[in-house]
Design a protein around this ligand. Structure first.
Ligand code: PEP
Length: 260
């Protein structure tokens, strides 16, 4: 991480987990465990149905509540969907876009990810754009080309000014929910490559200001090593974000790494 130029972000992705009452119980449990001073930008992306509950329950404890997806249209006949304006109206800032589970199970493509990114930016939201290769793609050694393509498509049509508001999450698909983490060197190599792609499209100033997170079985045991890498500015965390003690510790670890 490089605190001078960019934000450190510890973002949890709860996926389809926790009822409203479990959300309140989580908030009550984590509150006393959080560092007293602001450690990093902490975000919990909860199921859309529980955003308001989470906001109320986490009030005053410096964890902002984010969303896990949105629809790219402003409004209309899209049963079950949520618009960027709806999230903005609730006071949501961060929204995950293009998570590999959305790509795999709900047919999201690089092109729809791009439309969602543009819709989020237009509503004033901060997209956390997920990119990542499958195991097959890594075995074939094409991950860098693939990631450059995913990234460039996702941010197609994004101005330099708006790029400053985007967060990228590098999430190797083979490491999500599998317990297999990329080594810190593997993750650093890719995050550095992502930053180089941003530099090529915009310039060095924009690239050095973009927070790039690592996601894929990050936990309290491996977080410090990953976060010490110069191009890894935080984590997008699934499983470990569901446990109050672990999520609080991840926030604490990021503060410790920053202060080293
Ligand atoms: C994720 O859902 O983005 C993720 C990284 O999950 P996990 O930490 O459980 O691998």
């Amino acid at each position: 991480m490089n605190r001078k130029y960019r934000k450190t972000i510890i973002a949890g992705n709860w996926k389809m987990n926790k009822t409203a009452s479990e959300t309140v119980a989580f908030a009550n449990e984590i509150k006393p465990l959080l560092p007293k001073t602001r450690a990093c930008e902490a975000v919990l992306c909860v199921p859309a149905l529980n955003i308001t509950t989470a906001q109320k329950a986490l009030k005053g404890c410096r964890i902002s509540v984010g969303a896990q997806t949105l629809h790219y249209e402003k409004s209309g006949a899209f049963t079950g969907e949520i618009s960027a304006d709806m999230l903005d109206d609730l006071g949501v800032k961060y929204v995950i876009i293009g998570h590999s589970e959305r790509r795999e199970y709900y047919g999201e493509t690089d092109a729809t990810v791009n439309r969602k990114v543009l819709a989020a930016l237009a509503a004033g939201l901060t997209p956390i754009v997920c990119v990542g290769e499958s195991l097959d793609q890594r075995m074939l050694g094409v991950e860098k080309e693939l990631l450059a393509y995913q990234l460039m498509t996702a941010i197609s049509g994004v101005s330099a000014e708006d790029m400053k508001r985007i967060v990228i999450a590098y999430e190797p698909v083979w490491a999500i929910g599998t317990g297999k983490t990329a080594t810190s060197e593997q993750a650093q190599e890719v995050c550095e490559h992502i930053r180089a792609c941003i530099r090529k499209k915009y310039d060095a100033r924009i690239a050095r200001g973009v927070s790039i997170l690592y996601g894929g079985s990050m936990n309290v045991k491996n977080a410090a090593e990953l976060l010490k890498m110069p191009d890894i500015d935080g984590g997008l965390i699934g499983g470990a974000s569901l446990k109050p003690a672990d999520f609080a510790q991840l926030i604490e670890i990021s503060a410790q790494v920053e202060n080293e």
